[in-house]
Structure formats: structure tokens, C-alpha cells
Design a protein around this ligand. Structure first.
Ligand code: HEM
Length: 445
């Protein structure tokens, strides 16, 4: 009756990997009444995300509950999405990225000040708090107070659970039904709305005229409020700004926190890589100090190629978005398989990025592979932690800048050893979480 759902629910990562390795690049599955195609070859993934992307839209689970993200970038489609993408994209251009960098370094120092050598902490919790702190500052120029931060984390968990329940559910219950899960989500969204509309009202009331970066506030929310369409000169309504801000906030900070957590987890088990990272970051800090900055800044990013390689490799092995989906909007064929309108294609970063056809020693952590010609020869979609095509992650350069600066600020000062006996395993929920967390002891460098 419910097809492959029990196998998927029992362990999505293993199940998808087994399907691809044992049955090939295109595997037909059924989740209750839904027909699914698991596609695991880079060329076919390119077809879905790039060449034939006009034949697809985001998959059903993202559309089922518009309460949280509304018509934000992640979930909208067609001309509306394109217009919004044009309005939001400039907030992530290179010159803007440079203005967010000081907030990243300052937040990292705030966290560092709390750490005491020898103590045991959950690195994942710390990375979540750090990413939240940075998102609040760069998006809203706000300090995520303890209470707001807790509410936001809670709301995130509730919405993640709700998404998974929909994705893996057998009956597509409408979101207006007062089920306990829907009521929990409603409460969480009400709280997030109160926080976000509060920021928007405040900004409109101040006429956004304040100060940062010499003219106009420099946070992302202000950019969204000021953004005007080139063609018709129109801006966004408060509701649309809310949807975009909520989307950037939710899509941005959890994924970044996860990529960082997995990076520390891998470094703790790879002392040679950790030493190389330390050497490079230390040199960058020394260079920064010589030019009166106490920490690496945006201008130092070019001096941190190994640090970037460490992050790329961590996202290869533990991609925060471990699977993405699309729904066919018309009948077509893919890899010789007929795909009917309404059917879903799943493409898993976890599966493809560990495929031995494309990566030698695919389960090993080798940051060096990103620094030699090996990865230049890769098919384009053998590695796609940020998706690809027109719907490529709008925050990918922001995320890379943020994570590189965090590593470069932390690595020269501290290192981690995993708590004895702790077993960390990847848990495939909405994103790829470390379960039960990453308990680690902190040592000063
Ligand atoms: C390591 C960090 C991140 C990872 C791994 C990641 C991953 C992804 C992936 C895989 C997609 C494509 C989803 C799809 O095609 O179905 C995506 C889209 C998106 N991401 Fe990210 N992301 C990260 C950081 C960020 C940040 C920092 C922001 C914003 C501040 C952000 C905002 C978005 C938005 C708005 C979209 C939708 C874009 C569109 O459809 O036009 N992400 N992300």
C-alpha cells in the first residue's frame, strides 16, 4: 500500500545509496500514491536542474504548507519567482558580501569569549547559535536575544518536523486542518511573524534612513525594503518582504551551522588536515595583525584556499541539503525513462557525492582533492551542495564567505577532540543533522 516509504523512513541515506548502487542511475520508487524517480547520475541531474528545468517545479512537500515561507524564493515559481530573484540577488553581490564580513568575525569572537579550555561542549549547538547570531545581525541588524533565539530554534524544529511529516506521510492532510502538528506550526509561525513584522515596521517607521556603510542601513532587510524592479520600478509589499526575509533566515542559518558542525567533526578525526588548516589560518591571522586587523577579514579570503577546500570536502561528505526534489510539470523522458506530469524526481547529494565513479576513496576526507586537477575533471553535477541551474542557492557565496571566516577565526585559537565513546551519526531529517550532537572537548592552540 505505501510502497517504499517504510524503507525510506527507516534510513533515507542508506536506502537511497543502496537503490543507486544496486539498481542504477534511475530508480523508480513509490511513496504511498506518489511515483518517485531517484536520479543519481550527474548528466541527468543537469538535465533536471538546467537543460530541462522549464519542465519542472519544486516538489510537492515544499508547496503543501505555505504558512511558513509564503511566496519566498525557495518555494515560489515562474515569473513571480524570477522577479523576486532579481530583487533579492543584488543583496548578495561581492561588494555587499564584504560589508557583512565584520559582523561574522565579531559574532565568532563573542562565541570564542565564552569558551574555556578543557571544557566539553556540544559543537553543533555552538555552531547553531553562532549562525543564528550572524543571520540576525546581517539580515536584521538585530541581536538575537536569548528568548528570540530560543523561539526561533523551536519554530525551526517544528517546521522541519512538519515538512518531514508531509514528505513521508501517506495522506496529504490539508494545512488548515487543526491537527496537533498543524497547530504547533501555526503557533511557531505566529511567533516568527511577530518578530519579523516587528523589524519591518521599525524599519519603515525610521524611513530606513540610518547609518551603517555611509548611507542607508546595510542589513539585508533594508536592502529588500529598498529593492526596486528594474522594469517597472515597483518594490515589495510588507508581506512579500516578510516572506523573503523568513526564507533567507530559515534557508540560511541552519544549513550553514550544519556545514560548520560537520567540518569540525571531520577535522577532529583528521589531525593532518587540522594541522594544515591551522597553519594556513595562522598565517592569515599574522598577516591580518600586521595590517592592524586582529582577525582575518574579507580581503584575506584569497589567502585561505585550504580552508575553503576543507569546507568543500566537508559538504561533499556531509551535505546539509542531502536531497533535493522536483516535480514534472509535463510528460517527458529522462534517461530513457518516461516521467509523467506530477511525478517527483529526487536527486541526492549524499548519494552522488560519495559515488566511486566520480571520487576516488569517496568516503575519505581529502580536502586536497579540491586543490588539484582531480576535481577539474568532475562532471558538473557530481558535486552540488548548493543545488544548481537557475535555482542555485542564492546565498552560496555568502555562506562560503561566512564559513571560511569562522574557520579562520576559530582554528588558530582552539581545536576539538571528540568526547570519548561518543558515536555521531548523520540523521536525515529536513537537513542532515549530527545525532545526538557533537560533544567535544576544547583545547587551546
Ligand atoms: C552551507 C550553507 C548552505 C547550503 C548547503 C545551502 C543549500 C541550498 C540548496 C541545495 C538550495 C537549492 C534547493 C533546490 O534546488 O531545491 C538552496 C536554495 C536556496 N538557499 Fe541555500 N544553502 C546554504 C546557505 C544559504 C544562505 C546563507 C542563504 C541566505 C542567506 C540561503 C538561501 C537560499 C535561498 C533563498 C534558496 C532558494 C533560491 C531560489 O530558488 O531562487 N542559503 N540552498
Amino acid at each position: 500500500m505505501i510502497g517504499h516509504l517504510p524503507l525510506y523512513r527507516r534510513g533515507a541515506l542508506d536506502f537511497m545509496t543502496r537503490c543507486a548502487r544496486e539498481h542504477g542511475d534511475v530508480v523508480a520508487l513509490r511513496f504511498a500514491h506518489r511515483r518517485i524517480l531517484l536520479v543519481s547520475h550527474p548528466d541527468l541531474i543537469e538535465q533536471v536542474l538546467v537543460t530541462q528545468n522549464s519542465c519542472f517545479q519544486k516538489h510537492f512537500a515544499l508547496r503543501l504548507n505555505p504558512l511558513l515561507l509564503g511566496k519566498g524564493l525557495l518555494t515560489s515559481e515562474g515569473d513571480f519567482w524570477l522577479r523576486q530573484r532579481r530583487l533579492v540577488q543584488p543583496a548578495f553581490n561581492r561588494s555587499r558580501l564584504a560589508t557583512y564580513a565584520p559582523a561574522v568575525v565579531a559574532a565568532t569572537h563573542r562565541l570564542l569569549n565564552e569558551w574555556r579550555p578543557g571544557e566539553q561542549r556540544d559543537i553543533h549547538i555552538d555552531m547553531r547559535r553562532l549562525a543564528l547570531d550572524i543571520a540576525a545581525k546581517t539580515l536584521f541588524d538585530a541581536d538575537a536575544g536569548a528568548e528570540d533565539a530560543q523561539d526561533i530554534s523551536r519554530a525551526l524544529e517544528v517546521s522541519g518536523e512538519n515538512f518531514m511529516a508531509r514528505f513521508q506521510g501517506t495522506i496529504p492532510w490539508p494545512s488548515w486542518l487543526p491537527t496537533p502538528a498543524n497547530l504547533r506550526l501555526r503557533r511557531a509561525v505566529r511567533r516568527l511573524d511577530a518578530i519579523l513584522f516587528g523589524f519591518i515596521r521599525q524599519r519603515r517607521a525610521q524611513g530606513q534612513s540610518s547609518t551603517v556603510n555611509g548611507g542607508g542601513r546595510g542589513d539585508l532587510l533594508s536592502l529588500l525594503l529598498r529593492a526596486r524592479d528594474e522594469e517597472d520600478g515597483r518594490g515589495m509589499s510588507d508581506r512579500q518582504v516578510r516572506d523573503e526575509a523568513m526564507t533567507l533566515f530559515l534557508a540560511g542559518h541552519e544549513t550553514t551551522a550544519l556545514a560548520l558542525s560537520w567540518t569540525w567533526f571531520l577535522l577532529a578525526q583528521n589531525p593532518k588536515a587540522e594541522q594544515k588548516l591551522f597553519d594556513e589560518c595562522n598565517a592569515a591571522v599574522a598577516h591580518a595583525s600586521a595590517s592592524t586587523n586582529a582577525s582575518p577579514s574579507f580581503d584575506d579570503l584569497a589567502r585561505l584556499p585550504y580552508t575553503e577546500a576543507v569546507l568543500l570536502e566537508a559538504m561533499r561528505l556531509y551535505p546539509p541539503a542531502y536531497v533535493i526534489g522536483r516535480e514534472a510539470t509535463r510528460d517527458l523522458t529522462l534517461g530513457g525513462f518516461p516521467l509523467r506530469k506530477g511525478q517527483t524526481v529526487l536527486m541526492s547529494q549524499w548519494v552522488v557525492q560519495r559515488d566511486p565513479r566520480f571520487f576516488d576513496e569517496p568516503d575519505e576526507f581529502h580536502p586536497e582533492r579540491w586543490l588539484d586537477e582531480r576535481t577539474e575533471k568532475l562532471p558538473k553535477f557530481a558535486y552540488f551542495p548548493f543545488g544548481g541551474g537557475p535555482r542555485l542557492c542564492v546565498g552560496n557565496t555568502f555562506a562560503m564567505m561566512e564559513m571560511t571566516l569562522i574557520l579562520a577565526t576559530l582554528a588558530p585559537r582552539f581545536r576539538f577532540t571528540l568526547a570519548p565513546g561518543c558515536i555521531v551519526r548523520p540523521a536525515a531529517s529536513f537537513t542532515l543533522h549530527p545525532a545526538p550532537g557533537i560533544p567535544a572537548r576544547i583545547a587551546r592552540r
